[in-house]
Write a protein that binds this ligand. Structure first.
Ligand code: GTQ
Length: 349
């Protein structure tokens, strides 16, 4: 049944509202239907950013400012329905970061969690908690909340990756702390590859205790994730709504890899058309391979590798893969699940 509508605004009522307004009070019945909606109501719009255009602007920004002066040389992808607030969805942030050869993006730390998804270049590095990782196309890299991190590029190519952060979530809770490190780069005291060897081989150090919310793996190499999808493909078991969709996990407990951001990798076979699906976690997608189109709330978006598109909360989406396609995506599903808010609708499938 529908809720009661907005009550009439009689002169007596309006006068009363004005009187209490001066005392910082307001009647619920005048706003109830705006704040407790029967379905998600969001400013977030479906949108697609073409990678070629974004890359062109990003490289142009490389001539305007250094990574050091900028702290991070990033162009934010702002949802057209929420301009000016650094949001790609209501709860998440996205940006494209450029690190040019011989540059350093100086060490800092903050409450916000970050993921990197590598789009261009090979071999530039990020350092987290005293370990350096060299990044390749499609690698999914985590900066846990509060961890020192700096990025550097000792290759001769520009390096570009997508940054996904929980900036709006941390802002919503008024819980942001940030500080710079005393030097541009943090000291390195672990061998490159150490954390992946310890935690990424279906084993754990015998006495490992989980003391952090984020995964102890901080680089999930594309080569490994892609290889897994390739092997599973042979089984020909497709989820009607998702094709073959996997989530990146924390190997310690099988939970999500990050405390606030849920990352996924999925494969759609050539010609596959997913059934309509909607969920409360607005999702940012980045195809890594293949071409296709996604219909979001009735709007069609054609995509190819490295384009970035966003599906708002509770909007119907279906994907069609022209060639075999692989898509990385991230949403706030992990946070919603912890708060008991996540809901999905698989339509007729
Ligand atoms: O690389 O640490 O896109 O702190 C926004 C804020 C990237 C980063 C962003 C950040 C970073």
């Amino acid at each position: 049944m529908a809720l009661t509508g907005k009550p009439e605004e009689t002169p007596e009522r309006l006068a009363f509202y004005e009187k209490i307004d001066e005392h910082a009070m307001t009647p619920l019945w005048a706003v109830f239907s705006d704040i407790i909606t029967p379905e998600p109501k969001s400013g977030c719009q479906p949108h697609l950013w073409r990678y070629d255009k974004a890359r062109e602007f990003l490289l142009e920004s490389g001539g305007l400012i250094t990574a050091k002066e900028a702290e991070r040389r990033v162009l934010i992808l702002e949802n057209p329905g929420m301009r000016g607030s650094s949001q790609i969805t209501t709860s998440l942030y996205a940006g494209l970061q450029l690190v040019l050869p011989d540059e350093v993006a100086p060490a800092h730390r903050h409450s916000q969690s970050a993921l990197r998804f590598v789009l261009d270049g090979a071999g530039a590095h990020t350092s987290v908690n005293g370990e350096r990782t060299n990044m390749q196309f499609g690698d999914f890299v985590i900066t846990p909340p509060g961890a020192w991190h700096d990025h550097g590029n000792h290759t001769d190519e520009p390096m570009i990756w997508l940054d996904g952060l929980d900036i709006p979530i941390v802002g919503f809770f008024d819980a942001s702390f940030a500080e710079g490190y005393v030097a541009d780069e943090q000291p390195i005291n672990r061998q490159t590859g150490d954390s992946f060897a310890r935690y990424g081989a279906n084993m754990l150090p015998v006495d490992h205790k989980q003391d952090k919310l984020a995964s102890p793996i901080f680089n999930y190499p594309y080569a490994r994730s892609r290889e897994a999808l390739e092997a599973m493909k042979a089984q020909q078991e497709w989820d009607p709504c998702h094709g073959l969709k996997m989530r990146y996990v924390n190997p310690v407990d099988g939970g999500w890899a990050m405390p606030t951001i849920a990352p996924f990798l999925q494969l759609l076979p050539k010609g596959f058309k997913t059934a309509a699906y909607r969920s409360t976690d607005a999702t940012v997608f980045v195809p890594t391979e293949g071409r296709g189109r996604s219909t979001i709330d009735g709007q069609v978006f054609e995509w190819g590798p490295k384009d970035i598109f966003v599906v708002p909360s509770w909007k119907w989406v279906h994907h069609e893969a022209e060639d075999e396609a692989v898509l990385f995506s991230y949403s706030d599903r992990v946070a919603q699940q912890k708060l008991g808010l996540f809901k999905e609708d698989r339509g007729n499938s």
